[in-house]
Design a protein around this ligand. Structure first.
Ligand SMILES: C[S@@+](CC[C@H](N)C(=O)[O-])C[C@H]1O[C@@H](n2cnc3c(N)ncnc32)[C@H](O)[C@@H]1O
Length: 235
């Protein structure tokens, strides 16, 4: 049976690897080394763990980071199972060139979870993992030179309202001195977020510049773009 969207019943605790982040946010390591980086919400992404092994300073945040490590591991496994149980109905909404098939995607998500879990307890002690609840962030203004937010805003636009999106974007900008990058700009139906133009107007009104640029990654059909935000005063 075909479905017109990936019909999952919750915001999945599922994450991507460092290599996947580099493509979906069109990053290079020099950029990451320029200053503190925030990944928010990070879920069980291994981006922070792998970056830390390379000596790069990343803080990762998520609403689930107050759970015990065993519970995070179980939640991650359950959500991989939940998402990929629903996946066949929606696989026509995806492009199969970065990954050969569903099993390969599951292998990447599982590797990310494994690396994240292996790093979490130590990273929590070091303050590299922080529990947060959007839209509020417990950081001072302009703390991070780069802020990344993947697979949350816009993607789950069917269950988080417009005002929540605006509040989150303003808060991500508040804690950022340089650039905020958001990916993807489409929903679980692989269609562009309905209120993108309204978001752009509000950001402009708040003295924030926006660029939408192409990235070297496309898995959901048509989702090869990210949004970059800057303060008009240059940070
Ligand atoms: C799909 S994951 C994103 C993982 C990662 N950024 C990536 O691209 O692979 C979405 C995350 O949003 C988190 N989340 C949901 N609601 C939240 C909220 N109100 N505040 C903070 N995190 C939230 C979930 O726990 C989940 O881990």
């Amino acid at each position: 049976m075909k479905n017109n969207k990936l019909s999952i019943d919750r915001i999945a605790f599922i994450g991507r690897t460092f290599a996947e982040y580099m493509k979906m946010f069109d990053l290079d390591e020099d950029m990451l080394r320029q200053g503190p980086v925030l990944d928010c919400p990070a879920g069980p992404s291994s981006f922070a763990a792998e970056a830390n092994n390379r000596g790069i300073n990343i803080t990762a945040c998520d609403i689930c980071y107050d759970l015990e490590v065993n519970d995070l591991s179980q939640r991650g496994k359950d959500d991989i199972a939940h998402v990929f149980d629903k996946f066949d109905e929606a696989s026509h909404l995806y492009i199969w060139n970065h990954y050969k098939n569903k099993d390969e995607v599951i292998a990447h998500r599982s590797k990310s979870l494994e690396l994240f879990i292996g790093d979490f307890s130590q990273g929590l002690k070091e303050g590299r993992y922080r529990k947060i609840e959007f839209p509020g962030l417990p950081f001072s203004d302009r703390t991070f030179s780069l802020v990344l937010s993947g697979h949350f805003l816009f993607l789950y636009g069917d269950r988080m309202d417009f005002d929540f999106h605006v509040s989150c974007l303003k808060e991500l900008m508040r804690v950022c001195s340089g650039e905020v990058r958001i990916f993807p700009l489409v929903g679980l139906d692989a269609k562009p977020y309905d209120y993108l133009n309204d978001i752009l107007s509000i950001l402009k009104f708040n003295d924030i510049s926006v660029e939408i640029t192409k990235v070297p990654f496309e898995f959901q059909k048509g989702s090869n773009q990210m949004m970059k935000l800057y303060h008009n005063d240059g940070g």
